[in-house]
Design a protein around this ligand. Structure first.
Ligand code: CA
Length: 238
């Protein structure tokens, strides 16, 4: 389930957003100011943040700027919410690194459409779209993984954590992810789980992929972490 953090000091608006997002299947956390928002992000990295511009204390703009300057939160998808319709403010928000911008009041339908668009671009593992790499097809909606076994498409047995891990790797291929990053992005917790846990689940994941001869998709990058590398069919291979 995708995690959305709502940062909004007006409790009526926060409540309304929260109800709409929960109804759409998101796991929602609410923070009333920048400090509470920072504490929530330190605990669990959300898939997306709805960030109100006008907050007591640190503003949404300053908070977004701080997140962009920190390696852990640099890629965090952020949609700014504001009552300001001023073009200059909008530009300042996008310059700071907000991925999108919504001016209040907005409809629930518009909000959900913007959230999905930003997730598609920046956190595709947070969506239910099926992904294909090599001979593997992963469908988050039905929670099914299929692969080619002896020339036939077969469902592969895979545990829930390995499924989430594979989903993340398939939506972010050809990139090296450190164990800490995987804990953050897949487990949602980088502090209380030992990095060794990642190795245990990668081992299980490779075992789950072995009937489809796909274990070697998950590469260990020494001293760095793990990478999913898709096989490239070359004309030279014969
Ligand atoms: Ca506000």
């Amino acid at each position: 389930m995708s995690r959305i953090l709502i940062v909004e000091d007006e409790s009526a608006i926060a409540e309304l957003l929260s109800i709409n997002l929960r109804h759409a299947g998101f796991d929602v956390t609410v923070a009333g100011d920048a400090e509470a928002a920072q504490a929530a992000v330190d605990r669990v990295l959300p898939d997306l943040v709805l960030l109100d511009w006008m907050l007591p204390g640190l503003t949404g703009l300053q908070l977004a700027r701080r997140w962009r300057g920190d390696a852990r939160t640099r890629e965090l998808p952020v949609i700014m919410l504001t009552a300001r319709a001023d073009e200059a403010d909008k530009i300042a928000g996008l310059d700071t690194g907000a991925d999108d911008y919504l001016t209040k009041p907005f409809s629930a339908k518009e909000l959900l459409a913007r959230i999905r668009a930003v997730l598609r671009r920046k956190a595709p593992q947070a969506l239910d779209t099926a992904v294909e790499v090599g001979n593997l097809l992963l469908d988050p909606a039905s929670r099914r993984l299929t692969g080619q076994v002896d020339g036939e498409a077969r469902e592969l047995r895979i545990g829930p954590t390995e499924f989430k891990l594979l989903h993340f790797l398939m939506t972010h291929p050809e990139r090296v992810h450190s164990r800490a990053q995987l804990l953050d992005r897949v487990w949602g917790d980088h502090v209380f789980i030992e990095e060794r846990t990642v190795d245990v689940h990668v081992k299980r994941l490779r075992e789950a992929l072995s009937p489809a001869q796909a274990s070697n998709l998950i590469e260990t990058v020494r001293g760095a972490g793990y990478r999913l590398s898709a096989p490239v069919a070359t004309a030279a291979a014969r």
